[in-house]
Design a protein around this ligand. Structure first.
Ligand SMILES: CC(=O)SCCNC(=O)CCNC(=O)[C@H](O)C(C)(C)COP(=O)(O)OP(=O)(O)OC[C@H]1O[C@@H](n2cnc3c(N)ncnc32)[C@H](O)[C@@H]1OP(=O)(O)O
Ligand SMILES: O=CC(=O)O
Ligand SMILES: [Mg+2]
Length: 370
């Protein structure tokens, strides 16, 4: 088959479903990881449906080598047995993270899962993606498997950004296939690949800081021994910002990844919020305790939604400038407000508690033309 650039949206195998032209904006505030081969975790999955936006059966790192087949089969069983999970049926999507493409398990993961539960599977997360060639491999294979399984809906692909080469190739990865749904930051593997001198799974580091200038005495001499405040910096700012731009440019979604210090719920919330403010739509949850944190952080606050609605109402057709509470609002700030309100509407459609809070916001119209 000859392919040209115009065939970008043509199926890659005869009989495979047509690729989507737009990636649907489905809520995915928390991507909750569980090991489907761990009986205790697997037993909790049915009750988690409806309480979390995404349940992800993890087959890669954190699953012991001798348990890989057990976890794969566990995910097939869960996919088959769990009502309202995955596909287009319920509020909770079903994703998987398959083993890496250079491992002995990656191929069997894809073949088994698409064949057995392809109709339930929404997104395949591919770890350690290095370049477009990794996505092309998965893209073609998924098309063949979808055709063979008679699926009528394409399975989407999510890449983890966790190698230096992957970061360098970020734009081509995002553009590699119409299946690309999004990217997650993988801070643990990325730190190792970059030879960073950290030993953590995500989050900050007390040694990565800036220090206040020394005070000076009356003669202007710096007092190097005096007390000086330090400010811890965000190790991940550069990578997240790159990821957000690359995803926005290609119409796909950026996510913060794992935060390994499960007990430090405060720092987890801070890391998630930094990612939210920079443009990410969700983060991973490694433990049930992190689901509520992600749901809270990645849902616009009532105050932000109230303000955004007020600006939109005051701005009329969205052009010109108005003063609200002493601040200038114009075409650019109203666009930010529209992003906030659109997200709130999407989340309210699946989260009754949020809907109640957003519905309780009084109508506000005040503002004066500048
Ligand atoms: C760098 C990366 O690649 S990150 C992604 C890979 N890592 C993962 O996916 C890790 C997933 N999470 C886990 O393995 C576990 O949560 C751990 C190891 C971090 C902590 O596990 P535990 O010490 O058992 O935690 P804890 O004792 O608080 O668990 C309480 C209960 O919640 C269950 N639980 C813990 N994590 C999860 C989970 N992710 N999903 C569902 N249930 C869970 C436990 O089985 C336990 O059940 P029980 O009450 O029936 O005994
Ligand atoms: O897979 C995630 C990571 O941080 O590595
Ligand atoms: Mg990793």
């Amino acid at each position: 088959m000859t392919r040209t650039a115009k065939d970008f949206f043509a199926p890659l195998a005869v009989g495979a479903p047509a690729p989507l032209r737009e990636i649907p904006a489905r809520p995915s505030r928390a991507i909750h990881f569980f090991d489907p081969g761990n009986e205790k975790m697997a037993a909790k999955v049915p009750d988690m449906v409806g309480t979390v936006d995404v349940l992800l059966g993890n087959l890669e790192d954190a699953v012991k080598a001798e348990n890989k087949e057990k976890s794969r089969q566990g995910l097939v069983d869960i996919g088959r047995a769990t009502a309202n999970l995955g596909g287009t049926v319920g509020p909770t999507q079903l994703w998987t993270r398959v083993n890496s493409l250079d491992s002995p398990w990656g191929l069997d993961d894809l073949v088994t899962l698409v064949t057995e539960i392809g109709d339930k599977l929404d997104v395949v997360m591919v770890p350690k993606v290095q370049g477009a060639e990794d996505i092309h491999y998965v893209d073609r294979l998924l098309a063949q498997l979808e055709a063979k399984a008679g699926l009528d809906r394409p399975i989407l692909v999510h890449a983890i950004l966790e190698t230096a080469r992957g970061v360098a190739n970020i734009e081509e990865i995002c553009a590699a296939s119409p299946r690309m749904q999004g990217l997650s930051l993988g801070p643990a593997d990325l730190a190792a690949d970059r030879r960073m001198k950290t030993t953590r799974v995500g989050g900050g580091h007390p040694g990565y800081l800036v220090r206040q200038d020394p005070e000076r005495d009356d003669l202007g001499v710096p007092q190097y021994d005096g007390p000086r405040t330090t400010y811890q910096q965000d190790l991940w700012h550069y990578t997240i910002a790159r990821m957000v731009d690359a995803c926005a440019m290609h119409g796909i979604y950026p996510y913060y990844g794992p935060f390994g210090d499960i007990k430090d719920t405060v720092a987890c919330e801070d890391q998630f919020r930094n990612a939210f403010l920079l443009g990410c739509v969700g983060a991973w949850s490694l433990h049930p305790a992190q689901i509520a944190i992600a749901n809270k952080v990645f849902s616009p606050s009532v105050e932000d939604v109230a303000h955004a609605r007020r600006v939109i109402a005051a701005m009329g057709d969205g052009t010109g400038a108005v003063m609200i509470d002493g601040k200038m609002e114009d075409d650019a700030s109203v666009k930010q407000c529209q992003v906030m309100v659109a997200l709130a509407d999407e989340l309210a459609a699946i989260d009754p508690e949020l809907k109640k809070q957003y519905d309780a916001i009084p109508d506000q119209h005040s503002g004066t033309e500048a």
